[in-house]
Ligand binder design. Structure first.
Ligand code: B3K
Ligand code: ZN
Length: 850
């Protein structure tokens, strides 16, 4: 079906809904193609709202009947909803509609996945279930009854009564419609239990399809750990008798925080030693925590409108990153987060999709679930905490929960609790929410007598989203290291508020080496023309573990840029420094592994573009290969011992300590493989008793050009496990030689298990193609063409996933003229497709507008 003509929605146009919804009763009679939904909704005029016609959202609904106070009413139907005359006193609205869950391939609203019914309503999916004011500031208490032939019938809240083929649910907490959920199917519960600190017993269930029972234990433990952590750290208790999680195979994203009934992409919850990597385990733990934490930051306090999305997402990402730091390693988590931020959010800021953390307009809100809203949004919370201090942060957040429980809020509400707690004026800080782009901070040093002065300048490039940028408040955590390697000034937060600003350090014996932006205290690009020697000094001595890693990363980036633009050899100072760090066995293996890692190819493209060069994918690829060869040579004498020392002999645990060791061991393996033709990788493949070791071995074999046998063996072993098969599809494309990546991806689309309507499988092939930087950007344009062909095919089936995948084209402007015109032609070809969805049209129009 064709979308209604695209309409732009503006933050400044916000008006409250004209009615309050006192209560909602929904009744579902499930049927694959003809599900009936009856609703009974009590509306009361909202005296605070401006006068307006009565309008309810509704899309793709077949209206059977509509009544007000028991009388049939004539409604005017529009593609996006209905209007009708209503009394100016409270009234009861009743409708019956028919919907087609089995025909719903967009996976939004009520749909079917492998014979099971499930829902996804955020952001605007509830309007595909029944007529309703589908906006987050309309909160109400829901009662839901379900009739269906399935053994398990679930909705939000607490169960009221369940008989065979009938269930009634009541959620006492007022909520917006986007948090509604329903699940029905032949499911098995993995049960658990949690007692809150005030003594409430909570039954926990993880519902899965038969066959997946053995993949539940880890997720259940992660849920209990999250519940405990939120009590201990934020004082937040769970508030129902029941918490259910359901695993679903067909899902557009990771998971969804519906009240008391979280729905998860099975890849984001199911885990076992044999089938999941350590990275999968860590991600699952974080997503379970994230969705659970939304119970307070998102559900009890929600967003007034979708422009405020970062209010719940930025805060909840920040909370889940704190949780992971506490459960695992703080420095490692911080470095991983920054790598991710630079990889995805900085790239977004650099291109045509740049937008503020709180956007001011949109056509399709699903296109704004971005790295900027989520990850940069989390960085803003982190900065706020740095600026006000830990105690004030806790006090302000406690006030937020007290003051706003049960409300739909704005960023202004959030900042006000900080202003009220600390007396600070946060109006300048607020610019972080309204200005798009990554600020660049340049550093100038001066030394005289015993005084050392750091002068900073901040620049934010004007963009379409922010034509006239103003200076932002930037917390720059800085310490000083003496020439002998000791710290001569501990971390101080330099609070930059002006365009140019100086800070002095007195009473020093010798000129220090500055360690600036410790812990990556602000999401900026730091421009510091520091000597190689000074950077090597920080790599050897910085007491801040983030900046110690950063010193190595900057050396790597600079030498790689020189290799790519001037054809120089790898910098020996970098290789010496890295050798010393990776051999230092007082350091955590996970940290040493991060030290050994190089920036990815896409990341180098961002860095090159940022430094004023046109990135050339083949040259980037070749330089990284050359650097890896140089590292393998530099470390050749110690690699076998390092590999041996990092083989875990204890029983498998996906904890931080063991996974760090495996990650380091596998980083060493990838260097070893460069000279042993894959012998060690084959041995590891043969003896692996867990997916981390098996998959790392397979990746190395493919890279060494010796993967054919193992690829076949892996397929034979795992053909019945869809999550492992996603890895099989993805790895072959990610690890493919750039010359062949598009051909391999194309061939995989002909595999009988390439079920392209399943988002995980589609992403396994095409997300991986986009991630194979030099392969995707093949000079022939074949990578672009293949992706465009498949996006055209997927769009009518699943616009949301199609639109998300369009971001592979967002960086087109940085490449050479030939590639630019190849990409532009593909973008234009997709845009020319008749009936293209609103989602994809908006994304590609924005991308093309650069
Ligand atoms: N809130 C959901 C995301 C919904 C995305 C809708 N397109 C998951 C999360 O961030 O927790
Ligand atoms: Zn979230």
């Amino acid at each position: 079906m064709r979308d209604a003509a695209p309409q732009t929605i503006y933050l400044e146009d916000y008006t409250a809904f004209g009615w309050q919804v006192e209560s909602v009763a929904l009744h579902f009679t499930l049927d694959p193609h003809q599900t009936r939904v009856r609703s009974r909704i009590t509306f009361t005029p909202n005296p605070q709202a401006p006068a307006q016609p009565f309008f309810l959202h509704g899309e793709a609904l077949k209206l059977i009947s509509a009544k007000i106070d028991d009388q049939n009413v004539d409604v005017t139907l529009k593609p996006e909803g209905l209007t009708c005359p209503v009394p100016d006193v409270p009234f009861v609205w009743e409708t019956e509609v028919e919907i087609d869950p089995a025909g719903n391939t967009a996976l939004e609203g009520l749909y079917m996945s492998n014979g099971m019914y499930c829902t996804q309503c955020e952001a605007e999916g509830f309007r595909k279930i029944t007529y309703y004011p589908d906006r987050p500031d309309v909160m109400s208490v829901f009662t839901v009854t379900i009739d269906g032939p399935h053994p398990v019938l679930l909705s939000n809240g607490n169960p009221v009564s369940t008989t065979e083929h009938h269930a009634e649910w009541h959620d006492p907490w007022p909520k917006p419609a986007y948090l509604f959920a329903l699940v029905a199917g032949d499911l098995i519960a993995h049960e658990g239990q949690f007692t809150t600190r005030s003594g409430r017993d909570v039954a926990l269930n993880l519902y899965v399809r038969p066959g997946d029972e053995a993949k539940c234990a880890f997720g259940m433990q992660a849920l209990k750990d999250s519940m405990k952590w939120d009590e201990d750290v934020y004082g937040r208790e769970y508030d129902l008798d029941l918490f259910n999680i359901v695993a679903v195979d067909d899902f557009n994203m990771g998971a969804m925080e519906n009240k008391g009934l979280n729905i998860f992409n099975s890849s984001a919850v199911l885990a076992s030693q044999a089938t999941s990597t350590d990275t999968n385990f860590e991600r699952i733990e974080a997503i379970i925590a994230h969705e659970y934490f939304h119970n307070w930051t998102g559900n009890r306090i929600t967003c007034r409108d979708w422009f405020q999305l970062c209010l719940k997402e930025g805060l909840t990402v920040f909370r889940d990153s704190q949780f992971t730091s506490d459960m695992r390693s703080e420095p490692v988590k911080r470095i991983e987060d920054v790598i991710d931020l630079r990889g995805r959010q900085f790239a977004e800021d650099q291109g045509p999709l740049a937008h503020p953390v709180r956007p001011e307009s949109f056509q399709e809100i699903n296109n704004f679930y971005t790295a900027t809203v989520y990850e940069k949004g989390a960085e803003l919370i982190r900065m706020l905490k740095t600026l006000v201090g830990d105690q004030a942060y806790s006090d302000a957040v406690a006030l937020y929960f007290d003051r706003h429980d049960g409300q739909a809020c704005t960023i202004e509400d959030w900042l006000r609790v900080f202003e009220d707690t600390t007396g600070r004026d946060l109006s300048q800080f607020k610019r972080w929410y309204s200005q798009a782009g990554t600020p660049r901070v340049s550093v100038f040093e001066a030394w005289s007598g015993s005084t050392y002065t750091l002068t900073f300048r901040q620049d934010l490039a004007p963009s379409a989203a922010t034509p006239k940028p103003l200076p932002q408040v930037i917390p720059i955590a800085t310490g000083l290291i003496g020439p002998d390697g000791t710290e001569v000034a501990p971390t101080r937060i330099l609070e930059m508020t002006e365009t140019t600003q100086s800070f002095t350090f007195e009473g020093l014996d010798a000129r220090p080496i500055p360690s600036i932006l410790r812990g990556f205290s602000a999401p900026v690009v730091l421009d510091h023309d520091m000597s190689e020697g000074a950077r090597a000094h920080l790599l050897a001595h910085d007491t801040d573990s983030f900046n110690r890693w950063e010193a190595g990363r900057t050396l790597a980036r600079n030498t790689l840029i020189d290799m790519m633009t001037k054809g120089t050899r790898p910098n020996p100072a970098y290789l010496d420094g890295i050798r010393a760090v990776v051999m230092d066995d007082t350091l955590d293996p996970a940290y040493r592994r991060l030290m050994l890692a190089l920036p990815g190819e896409a990341n180098m493209a961002t860095a090159l573009f940022d430094a004023g060069h046109v990135p050339e994918p083949d040259i980037i690829h070749a330089a990284l290969e050359m650097m890896r060869d140089a590292m393998a040579k530099k470390l050749a004498d110690v690699l076998p011992a390092l590999y041996g020392a990092n083989q875990v002999t204890d029983a498998y645990q996906p904890n931080a300590q063991q996974s760090g060791q495996r990650a380091f061991g596998n980083a060493v393996l990838s260097l070893l493989t460069r000279s042993d033709d894959g012998a060690q990788a084959q041995a590891q493949y043969n003896s692996a008793d867990n997916m981390t070791q098996q998959l790392a071995a397979l990746a190395n074999l493919i890279r060494a050009g010796r993967g054919d046998k193992a690829v076949k063996a892996f397929e034979a072993q795992w053909k019945d496990d869809r999550l492992v098969m996603d890895k099989w599809f993805g790895l072959q494309v990610i690890e493919a030689d750039p010359e062949e990546a598009h051909e391999i991806a194309a061939a995989l689309t002909g595999h009988p298990d390439f079920n392209w309507k399943n988002p995980n499988r589609f992403r396994a092939v095409f997300g991986s193609l986009a991630m194979n930087h030099a392969g995707f950007h093949h000079a022939s344009g074949a990578g672009y063409r293949l992706l465009a062909d498949w996006l055209i095919k997927l769009d009518p089936v699943n616009p949301q996933t199609t639109a998300r995948m369009c971001s592979a084209f967002q960086t087109w402007k940085r490449y050479d003229a030939d590639r630019q015109s190849l990409i532009k032609a593909e973008v234009a070809r997709i845009l020319d497709t008749p009936g293209l969805s609103r989602d994809t049209t908006e994304m590609l129009t924005r991308i093309a507008s650069a």
